[in-house]
Design a protein around this ligand. Structure first.
Ligand code: HPA
Ligand code: ZN
Length: 336
């Protein structure tokens, strides 16, 4: 329809995409075979790509998803595996009308399996450079730290020589915080964020996906992040809504993810209307598209179906996404 075309053509920026979450079941099984990685034999979901796909349709929570997410990425071994994964994402991004992408990855989930950070980075960078040249899609990389692991491990991962080199060279722009949320409060990561801030890195954190609104304010006050990933629990704190609107902090909202992981019952319960009415800036993103069954355009379409937004509202959402991006001002002007 013309509306689908309109949504497709909007110059989208994606700010909340885990590259490991772009691993399709097909590629997962192919790489498991090629790299000789044994998948769990005691879980029937791993009998076939189709069975696994089916299991993905009944996640019960963030942690239930994360269980499969960490097993899935165990098939990624060589730089070429990481490159192919990111390249596959960029193909979807192109057809969905993405112009600029800020991409998360989880270094600790690979180094803990004996995969060198430089291998991961090399593969992702190769895909990013090719996407810029061949597809005209600009991108940035963001290392996320895993909040379910002991805090000292995040600090030593941050201090890793190869990781530091990637920050200093500008290969990686910022840090984020992901994985299990409840029980892993922002405060635990104050020291990590203070170090990253001192180095001039951009800062974001997952907060208020399953966790309370106080994790959002603590991420702002203690970690000093400039944006919030998910942030949907913000809607339960009217005062905090006003603050986020006033301070123009962007939320990277992932509506399909929120439904699939049972953070909300349906798309209409994602507080899109609340955010629009209060002037809260947000972008719409896909999170882990291969696991949740929808890339960014699916998220745009589902939001449109649920909220029947006007052309003006869509244009303001897309503009907020460009302005909230971490790319150079010159790139933003090209997109506006
Ligand atoms: N939340 C927390 N951790 C994650 C997610 C998410 O949505 N995706 C990948 N790691
Ligand atoms: Zn996420």
């Amino acid at each position: 329809s013309s509306l689908h075309d309109f949504l497709q053509r909007l110059p989208k920026c994606e700010h909340h995409l885990h590259l490991e979450g772009a691993l399709s079941t097909k590629v997962l099984f192919e790489l498991a075979e090629r790299n000789n990685i044994a998948l769990p034999s005691d879980d029937e979901a791993f009998r076939s790509p189709e069975a696994l796909e089916k299991r993905y349709q009944r996640f019960t929570s963030l942690d239930d998803f994360l269980h499969y997410y960490y097993i899935g990425m165990s098939v990624l071994i060589h730089a070429s595996d990481f490159e192919a994964l990111a390249w596959d994402y960029f193909q979807h991004a192109l057809s969905d009308g993405v112009k600029h992408a800020e991409l998360f990855f989880d270094p600790q989930a690979h180094t803990s399996r004996g995969i060198e950070y430089s291998t991961v980075l090399q593969g992702f960078q190769a895909a990013c450079q090719r996407a810029e040249k061949e597809l005209g899609i600009s991108s940035l990389l963001i290392t996320c730290y895993l909040r379910h692991l002991p805090v000292p491990e995040s600090l030593s991962a941050f201090d890793n020589e190869q990781v530091q080199e990637s920050y200093k060279s500008g290969a990686v722009t910022g840090i984020g915080l992901d994985s299990s949320e409840n029980g892993f409060a922002p405060k635990m990561f104050e020291k990590l964020y203070a170090k990253a801030r001192k180095q001039g890195l951009r800062l974001t954190a997952h907060a208020g996906e399953e966790g309370p609104a106080s994790y959002i304010s603590d991420s702002l006050d203690l970690l000093k992040v400039s944006r919030i990933d998910h942030g949907i629990q913000l809607a339960h704190d009217a005062e905090l809504v006003q603050r986020i609107a006033r301070e123009k902090t962007m939320l990277t909202v992932c509506p399909v993810s929120n439904v699939v992981l049972k953070c909300v019952k349906e798309i209409s319960q994602v507080p899109i209307r609340t955010f629009l009415d209060a002037g809260v800036r947000f972008s719409i993103n896909s999170d882990d598209p291969a696991y949740f069954g929808g890339y960014i355009l699916d998220n745009y379409c589902r939001v449109h179906e649920a909220f029947d937004l006007s052309v003006k509202e869509w244009e303001s959402i897309v503009r907020a996404g460009i302005e909230g991006s971490w790319c150079a001002d010159g790139r933003k002007e090209e997109l506006l």
